[in-house]
Design a protein around this ligand. Structure first.
Ligand code: NDP
Length: 276
């Protein structure tokens, strides 16, 4: 029997997840179907119950339902618990298991696909929202020399630093103090704010970039975002958007569901929009 999987979000028209998972299924010979569900705002649990009754085996979760999925899950993996958000639900006899593969996918894209090590490096991570919460534990596990959380919300940044106290060299810095720090620069600058979705860049000074470093924008499919343009103009030669992260988190979910790891390079290439 064909197994059913899905992604849920609102809006959901833009999603690439069915394309990715169907290609993974074809590549690995798995008998599954994967659909996109437009979730009801305020009605996440009822929507999921409805599809589970129809035999849904697993569900990817995108904005704005990752916190609803966290609340819905009967049990959580470590990443989801630490992030306070779930981007993958698996349904079995024990109930609904919630996982979070966003941060793992991001690290895999940076370290494996782009070949940029994080260990022993200075990293600047911008934003204090859901994507940052998912990224912090996997980033710290790579043992950077310093992980600076660039933010415009002191309370959220302080709460995140407190939550990860004792887990590595995590400090918070507002955008004004990043300005003062000019000169040293970071090996890796990651834009995990949603500014690119609004055609803007976070107010990060050009001095944070190192020409030999990597500038990475989690937003994808937008070409050269204002953040990536800023990095390019500052002389950064290696820039990337979040398409690799998207495909890698999908591969993690697929492997969790089907017990087989798909190759990702072809799909990343297929979905990549040139950064010009
Ligand atoms: P959230 O809404 O949870 O968080 C957004 C963050 O961005 C907040 O910290 C917010 O600050 C900050 N922010 C927004 N606008 C600005 C601005 N102009 N200047 C400075 N900071 C700003 O979003 P997510 O964390 O869920 O998503 C962040 C980005 O990551 C999005 O672009 C999203 O598309 C992308 N993403 C990509 C994925 C992938 O697979 N490639 C997966 C998940 C997310 P404040 O709290 O002060 O408002």
């Amino acid at each position: 029997m064909t197994d059913l999987y899905a992604v849920i979000g609102n809006p959901i028209g833009h999603t690439k997840s069915p394309t990715i998972h169907k290609a993974f299924a074809a590549q690995t010979g798995q008998d599954l179907d994967y659909i996109a569900i437009e979730g009801t705002l305020g009605g996440f649990a009822a929507d999921v119950d409805h599809w589970r009754a129809k035999g849904l085996r697993g569900l990817n979760i995108t904005a704005p339902f990752k916190l609803d999925a966290f609340a819905y899950a009967d049990r959580l993996d470590d990443q989801a618990r630490r992030a306070g958000a779930v981007n993958c639900l698996t349904f079995d006899e024990q109930g609904a298991e919630g996982c979070n593969y966003d941060g793992i996918g991001l690290v895999r894209d940076i370290v494996v696909n782009l070949g940029v090590p994080m260990k022993g490096r200075r990293i600047l991570l911008l934003g204090t929202g859901g994507a940052t919460r998912g990224a912090l534990a996997p980033f710290l596990a790579e043992e950077p020399t310093e992980l600076v959380l660039g933010h415009r919300s002191p309370e959220q940044a302080a709460a995140l630093c407190a939550a990860y106290a004792g887990n590595g060299a995590l400090v918070a810095a507002d955008y004004a103090s990043l300005e003062e720090e000019r000169g040293a620069g970071y090996d890796l600058v990651v834009n995990a704010t949603s500014a690119s979705l609004f055609g803007r860049s976070p107010p990060v000074p050009a001095g944070v970039f190192r020409t030999g470093g990597l500038a990475y924008d989690l937003a994808y499919g937008k070409g050269l975002t204002p953040f990536l343009r800023l990095a390019k103009e500052a002389g950064v030669q290696k820039i990337a958007d979040g398409v690799g992260m998207l495909v890698e988190q999908a591969a993690e979910a697929f492997e969790h569901w089907r017990g087989i790891r798909p190759h990702t390079n072809e799909m990343i290439e297929k979905l990549t929009i040139p950064l010009v």
